[in-house]
Ligand binder design. Structure first.
Ligand SMILES: [Ca+2]
Length: 443
């Protein structure tokens, strides 16, 4: 655990303290040559063989000094050493475990070991295991009532299932045109899923970003498939970046949608445009009744690129958002609120704009994507920051941002709570990707 001192100033902005010693910076990213323990048959293996950067070059690989001698001298020296050693042991010399050629570094395996993996500290969420099933740029994960994880892959446009540690393809979503940050993005299950079996998707098409729903039906053998895809919402502007993409049903039963400005700076402040917004729509794609601007899907505006949506136990909506090259944000969303972009970012306290509740001044440390709230603690997966942030929420305020697993697993895209209470965190590294399984922190 690395505490990144972030404290609110009187104006609501945050200031960063001195950088703490970051043990994880000594760690390499996951090596594709390392196999991760798989989740098996409902029993997750503890993960504790995180790869640690080994010696720069194992001494066993270095050329022994004797071999660097001129040939004649080398032969003479070897003969003398051989004779001496044979005289002592009666055997020819062989490289021993602590001989002149040094030791072979052992890769820590440690499954079931009592010591935590390198780089994991007290105060980090407990890492229960990983799903090493070969995901390719997963973007969102939701869960069926039986615990099956349904995962979208941005570039392959595949919807995949992970159950009992095994991966299966559900189908390739039709109409997806991947490119840049666009592709098959957010997923949401209908609140009435047990009866209507509807899965909602947010995806980039040829000319826009759109929302569709499809039935997720199981064959008699249990194989899941997609049936009857229906586009219910269109016209969200697309671009190579800033496509938004997070969708989630709120406690009120309406679908909330995080969009991006699609690199069009006139969109976020225009309440009749769909870019740079949080939208609130019905399950049929219509503006939800009671929206702040009448028959308009816009719920809040002035956003740059909303990436995460989650509600706390009090029903308050929080959203994570990419800043430009500064000021990533965690916002508390109120209907009709103007969150500033592109006029202001962060928490400048300017009249007419709502300050972020928490600001990361350096996007290199954050770039927060998926957001989940458990026990009053917000979890944010950081892409560029390559770490998991936790933020304790106190009513309408956010405090105590703490970084975990810094640079241990690469870019983190989504965080979502499974029916068993565990958190799944999707990586975003292309090497291939996997999900971390965590036990949430107690309050
Ligand atoms: Ca803002």
């Amino acid at each position: 655990m690395q505490r990144q001192p972030v404290s609110a100033s009187p104006g609501g902005a945050v200031t960063k303290g001195t950088k703490s010693t970051d043990r994880a910076r000594r760690l390499t990213r996951q090596s594709p040559s390392i196999r991760w323990p798989e989740v098996e048959a409902g029993a997750l293996k503890p993960l504790s063989h995180i790869m640690r950067r080994g010696p720069s070059l194992p001494r066993v690989l270095r050329m022994p000094r004797v071999l660097r001698m001129p040939c004649g001298l080398r032969m003479f020296t070897v003969a003398i050493l051989t004779a001496l050693l044979a005289a002592c042991t009666g055997t020819a010399p062989t490289p021993g475990p602590s001989g002149p050629t040094g030791t072979v570094p052992s890769v820590p395996t440690g499954v079931g070991a009592s010591t935590p993996p390198p780089g994991v500290a007290a105060g980090d969420p407990e890492l229960i295991g990983t799903t090493a099933v070969g995901l390719q740029i997963p973007w969102a994960v939701v869960f069926l009532p039986d615990g099956t994880a349904i995962i979208s892959e941005r570039d392959t446009a595949k919807i995949r299932a992970v159950r009992d540690g095994r991966l299966s393809d559900i189908g390739t979503f039709p109409g997806v045109v991947p490119g840049g940050e666009g592709g098959l993005l957010g997923l949401a299950l209908s609140p009435n899923f047990p009866t209507d079996r509807l899965l909602y998707t947010y995806f980039t098409a040829s000319g826009d970003n759109r929302i569709a729903r499809t039935k997720l039906l199981a064959s008699p053998s249990g194989q899941l498939g997609l049936t009857g895809t229906e586009v219910i919402f269109t016209g969200i502007p697309k671009a190579s970046t800033h496509n938004g993409g997070r969708i989630r049903f709120g406690p009120d039963g309406f679908l909330y949608v995080g969009t991006g400005d699609s690199q069009r700076r006139n969109q976020p402040q225009d309440r009749n445009a769909l870019g740079g917004k949080i939208l609130r729509i019905t399950s049929d794609g219509k503006p939800a009744p009671g929206n702040p601007f009448g028959d308009n899907p816009v719920y809040s505006y002035g956003h740059r690129n909303v990436q995460g949506l989650a509600w706390d136990a009090g029903g308050r909506l929080w959203a994570s958002e990419f800043g430009p090259d500064v000021n990533d944000e965690l916002n508390l969303i109120t209907p009709g609120g103007n969150y500033g972009w592109p006029e202001v970012t962060g928490a400048p306290g300017r009249q007419g704009f709502i300050d972020a509740k928490l600001v990361w001044p350096s996007t290199a440390e954050s770039s927060p994507s998926g957001l989940e709230i458990v026990n009053g603690i917000a979890y944010l997966g950081a892409l560029r920051g390559e770490r998991l942030w936790t933020v304790k929420l106190e009513g309408e305020n956010a405090s105590q941002a703490v970084a975990h697993f810094t640079q241990m697993y690469g870019r983190l895209r989504d965080v979502s709570k499974a029916p068993d209470g565990r958190l799944w965190v999707l990586t975003n590294n292309k090497n291939p990707d996997f999900a971390l399984i965590l036990r949430p922190l107690a309050r």
